[in-house]
Design a protein around this ligand. Structure first.
Ligand SMILES: CC(C)[C@H](C(=O)O)[C@@H](O)C(=O)O
Ligand code: SF4
Length: 464
């Protein structure tokens, strides 16, 4: 019988059916960072358990780490304690850890693919909702909670409710300069922040398969913002080329490639839900509100409350308008900004930095704007330096940080925003206070972020 990609991976990893809707699933790769993991290790110790497969577990430091100097961690006792706990736990249980500043360190969801830890047809989990990123490589990858982290550490398995499948097919090409971030925002605007609940979204169609691997990661990353459990894209030549490049020197790669090519949905597979998107309708999009679905294009204005039929969406919009200090009828270009953040697991990769550098080259960041650019990993940073992007950023007046991490995406390190400050950010969440208490966030693509930094208000590269 024809199978979806999700079914192929699920069936290949189901150790046992546990009743009608639950299975015991084998986990191939477990990623850890300093948030949400200390309690899991404490409980492991309390139950006298060990880590079953430290060789299938990898940790990195990313959420609360400084971006200017390693030494800054020493002067911040709370953050240092969190990082130290991860270091102690990894050392006690023999788990490989990429420490701040070392060559493989960076944001969990940036380093895992680039270190070759993500393979098609595998299951991958992490204590973090944006684990969905790794579905770009045809892996079933999703975020888990602290008690599940403990379960995976102890058993390398998880009890899981079966996911429903949803296919989003993108028909017709994206217009020139439209990025997968715009596509992700468009989809979330169409299906809502709850549109994917209980589902694994498979992105399909020629338009998706024309995207680069990094662009696919951005799309899968944002799946969780539509409420989906995971996002996934079937294997094609782009996937294989990427894997060849990161797994340079891997033994029997040709055999593996033949096996990996099976990780696509069968032609007549049946999905629980099907959605078709017209790629030619996707425009540059920016959020105006406090959830990622509240986004518009440059041609639209901030919606009037009377345009909402759903009462809870209307109430959410009303709260968002108040919090964001904007009014219905305003256009994006009327909104002045104080900060621009380029980075995060959504858009902190080398292709993103190249787009930003391409726009900043020969131009200057507006005098009212602080622009902070944080590479997603040491590898991304080093590549940016090799290509001279750091010089372009510096010459334009942007602040390119030397150490990778989540930084201003979540404001858990020293890079949080002040109350009343407004940003354009390439990250994925615009919740109230996300980048600092009282701060206001507009989510956008790297190109829109760069143009906005130059103009001093939300702007499209076509305005330059
Ligand atoms: C801190 C972490 C658990 C959290 C997540 O789960 O996504 C963070 O990465 C975020 O983006 O909000
Ligand atoms: S970069 Fe942002 S979204 Fe990604 S893992 Fe870090 S805090 Fe979460």
């Amino acid at each position: 019988m024809a199978k979806t990609l999700l079914e192929k991976i699920w069936n290949g990893h189901s150790i046992k059916q546990l009743g009608d809707s639950e299975d015991l699933i084998y986990i191939d790769m477990h990623l850890l960072h300093e948030i949400n993991t200390p309690q899991a290790f404490d409980r492991l110790r309390a139950s006298n358990l060990t880590v079953r497969r430290p060789d299938l577990t990898v940790a990195t430091e990313d959420h609360n780490t400084p971006t200017r100097s390693i030494a800054a961690l020493q002067s911040d006792p709370l953050r240092k304690k969190q990082v130290d706990l991860l270091r102690q736990n990894c050392s006690e249980f023999d788990i490989p850890l990429y420490q701040l500043g070392e060559s493989r360190q960076g944001i969990t969801h940036v380093i895992a693919p680039e270190q070759g830890l993500v393979h098609p047809g595998t299951t991958l989990v992490c204590c973090d909702s944006h684990t969905t990123t790794h579905g770009a490589l045809a892996a079933l990858a999703f975020g888990i909670g602290t008690s599940q982290v403990e379960h995976v550490l102890a058993t390398q398995t998880l009890r899981l409710q079966r996911f429903n499948s949803m296919r989003i097919t993108v028909k017709n090409s994206l217009r020139a300069n439209i990025s997968s971030k715009d596509l992700a925002l468009f989809i979330i605007n169409q299906i809502g922040t709850g549109g994917g609940i209980g589902h694994v979204i498979e992105y399909a169609g020629d338009t998706i398969h024309k995207l680069s691997m990094e662009a696919r990661m951005t799309l899968c990353n944002m799946s969780v913002e539509a409420g989906a459990s995971a996002g996934i894209i079937g294997v094609d030549d782009v996937t294989i080329d990427y894997l060849r490049s990161v797994l340079n020197g891997y033994s029997n790669i040709e055999e593996e490639i033949n096996r990996w090519r099976n990780f696509v949905s069968d032609a007549d597979a049946i999905f629980d839900k099907e959605i078709v998107i017209d790629g030619s309708e996707v425009d540059e999009r920016v959020t105006w509100g406090t959830n990622p679905s509240q986004n518009i294009s440059f041609n639209e204005c901030i919606p009037d409350l009377s345009s909402y039929r759903d009462t809870s969406e209307k109430e959410a919009a009303q709260c968002a308008l108040e919090y964001m200090k904007i009014k219905p009828g305003q256009f994006l270009r009327e909104i002045r900004i104080d900060k621009v953040f380029v980075g995060s697991c959504t858009n902190g990769r080398i292709e993103d930095l190249r787009v930003v550098a391409g726009i900043l080259k020969g131009r200057a960041v507006h005098t009212n704007v602080d622009m902070v650019i944080v590479p997603g990993s040491i590898k991304v940073r080093d590549q940016a330096i090799r290509e001279g992007l750091d010089i372009v950023f510096k010459n334009a007046g942007a602040d390119f940080r030397y150490l990778p991490g989540c930084s201003m995406c979540v404001g858990l390190n020293e890079d949080s925003m002040r109350s009343g400050e407004r940003s354009v950010s390439t990250s994925n969440r615009n919740f109230e206070g996300r980048q600092g208490t009282g701060s206001m966030t507009h989510i956008a693509s790297p190109a829109v972020a760069a143009a906005s930094a130059i103009m001093g208000h939300i702007a499209s590269p076509s305005d330059l």
